[in-house]
Design a binder for this molecule. Structure first.
Ligand SMILES: NC(=O)c1ccc[n+]([C@@H]2O[C@H](COP(=O)([O-])OP(=O)(O)OC[C@H]3O[C@@H](n4cnc5c(N)ncnc54)[C@H](O)[C@@H]3O)[C@@H](O)[C@H]2O)c1
Ligand SMILES: O=C(O)[C@H](O)COP(=O)(O)O
Length: 527
């Protein structure tokens, strides 16, 4: 049974799903050194934001197939290191969207009405009505930095509260922003004109300290800023100073550059114009159930050999396409493996053509599957959907993808052309019925064969007696033929023969087959 390590607190609903297929060890609060020591035993790791999954941990995880982040942000995972090692990293892109957006809204309102201090004051026995005069958000301008899932939900709620909306997001269109009731502007204008600024962007090298002293200096002295996205996007020392010096009116912060927040952080000494929460954006009962189920299901699927729906380091397959594409991924992998062997292994060019109905589907997963098959002879089980593209790139394989929806020999078919040490070769395949894979052409000769483990392909002259001679050659080496097919374009012209064999071809027999008069070439293929 595979083993899953859960190293951060996860809702029981997720543990229950994992327990169906794996031994689940919940072990939270481990140090980095402890993780490095125990990770070699585990096939999967499930985390939240508390575990830093470093390169060292990943390198030590020799059995690891998947790292599941029960939440959105994967900035605590060394994703490039995981990709390099062929480990899938998955998250739950939507499970806590509402929780995070609602927390940011709560932060905006509680900061505007001094709710945390008023609450503390009443609980300490006081009644200070004049001390806590707040401000309204109605008719104020809200600047949203990052108009993705959480930013959009905040926008809809803020609009309902009568706020005017600006947005800064270099990756979305003005039309999309307009649909959400936002005017898309540059960051500087947003900082200058907004009364409230809320951040909903990922932490990346580009967004680190995006909000620094200079950017903060553009804000109005009455403006307030909210960060429920990621620590480190705001320069914390600069923020503390801006509030203390009255350059801005306040801030509400849920996430920090170092978590837990250090005891001597300048943010702790700002006083009453700052609201601080300990990374609670996703901490609702509903969100925790959502993310735990979402990620546990993906870990379960990957451990069962199925694709993950929200992998961050392999081409995503939209959930509703998964079922439809699954047999084509198998087909692409088989054809990639076949064409690489026909082309002599060292392939430097691959053309992947999606034909018929397949041409209207997502192509990237199909191309990756073809590359996985292509590289499987060289890399064996080391290549998978995660690292196939990187491995191909590093080997200098040029990959070209084309589509032709007008080819309708089958509902959907896939045509691969590879150039390698044995020259240029092509194979085509289709999926018949539910998921029956067929090879439908080899080097443009039409055939109709099911792929099997051991196969022999010949290029020969179509002439009487040749098939019998090959049959007796194989018989003399005690190789049993399971099926045989000939594909030709014209009678007595060139033809290909495809034989499915029950046994692998013994050493030396290929050289004998090539000597048969009329045989131009012969290849063995093991799929
Ligand atoms: N506080 C919490 O507990 C909590 C909970 C959930 C999510 N989050 C964090 O919230 C953030 C947003 O999550 P989401 O689900 O909305 O993500 P998302 O991917 O849906 O949206 C992010 C948006 O940011 C934009 N963006 C990227 N780089 C940008 C840049 N340099 N400048 C401006 N915009 C940029 C993208 O185009 C995208 O529209 C993430 O950092 C996530 O980790 C925090
Ligand atoms: O990125 C996220 O999903 C949030 O930051 C939530 O983090 P958490 O799972 O540690 O609460």
């Amino acid at each position: 049974m595979p083993k899953v390590l859960v190293s951060d607190p996860i809702d029981q609903a997720g543990i229950d799903i994992l327990s169906q297929v794996a031994q689940v060890d919940v072990n939270t609060g481990l140090s980095a050194a402890e993780l490095v020591r125990i990770i070699p035993e585990y096939d999967a790791l499930m985390i939240r934001s508390g575990t830093q999954v470093t390169k060292e941990i990943i390198e030590a995880g020799n059995l690891l197939k998947i790292i599941g982040r029960a939440g959105v942000g994967v900035d605590n995972v060394d994703v490039p290191a995981a990709t390099r090692k062929g480990i899938v990293v998955v998250n739950s892109p939507e499970g806590n969207t509402i929780a995070a957006a609602e927390h940011a809204i709560a932060m905006m309102l509680s900061m505007s009405r001094h709710i945390p201090e008023a609450n503390a004051s009443v609980k300490s026995g006081k009644w200070e009505r004049n001390r806590f005069i707040g401000v309204e958000v109605y008719k104020k301008t809200l600047g949203i930095v990052g108009l993705g899932k959480i930013g959009s939900h905040f926008a809809a709620s803020a609009k309902a509260m009568g706020m005017k909306l600006l947005a800064y997001d270099p990756f979305i269109s003005a039309e999309r922003a307009e649909q959400l009731g936002c005017r898309l502007v540059e960051l500087e204008l947003l900082m200058r004109e907004s009364d409230y600024i809320t951040l909903h962007i990922p932490k990346t090298p580009e967004t680190k300290h995006l909000i620094n002293a200079e950017v903060l200096s553009k804000m109005k002295p009455t403006a307030r800023i909210i960060n429920c996205a990621r620590g480190g996007i705001i320069d914390e020392a600069a923020l503390a100073e801006a509030i203390k010096e009255g350059k801005i009116a306040g801030a509400a912060i849920d996430v920090y550059e170092h978590e837990p927040l250090e005891a001597d952080s300048p943010l702790r000494s700002v006083g009453q114009n700052i609201v601080l929460t300990p990374h609670l954006g996703a901490s609702t009962a509903e969100a925790q159930v959502n993310v735990a189920i979402d990620v546990a299901e993906q870990i379960r699927d990957v451990l069962l050999g199925l694709p993950a729906r929200s992998a961050v380091n392999i081409p995503g397959i939209f959930p509703d396409s998964i079922e439809k594409l699954k047999p084509y991924l198998q087909l692409a992998e088989t054809l990639g493996n076949l064409v690489s062997q026909l082309a002599g292994g060292r392939v430097d060019y691959l053309n992947v053509q999606l034909q018929g109905e397949l041409a209207n589907n997502q192509s990237q997963p199909v191309v990756v599957a073809a590359l996985k098959g292509l590289l499987s002879q060289a890399l064996r089980e080391r290549v998978n959907y995660v690292n196939a593209s990187i491995e191909a790139k590093e080997r200098g394989i040029r990959v070209v993808e084309t589509r032709d929806a007008s080819i309708r020999d089958y509902t959907g078919s896939l045509h691969l052309m590879a150039k390698g040490t044995l020259g240029e070769h092509t194979v085509t395949g289709a999926v018949l019925g539910e998921n029956e894979i067929r090879i439908t052409s080899v080097d443009d000769f039409p055939v109709n064969v099911s792929p099997t483990h051991h196969m022999l392909f010949t290029l020969h002259r179509d002439m009487p007696g040749i098939i019998g001679k090959i049959g007796s050659q194989l018989g003399s080496f005690n190789v049993n033929i399971a099926s045989m097919q000939v594909g030709r374009k014209i009678v007595r012209g060139d033809a290909v023969m495809v034989l499915s064999l029950d046994d692998p071809l013994p050493e030396g027999i290929l050289a004998e087959i090539i000597k048969v008069p009329g045989i131009r070439d012969a290849y063995t293929v093991n799929l």
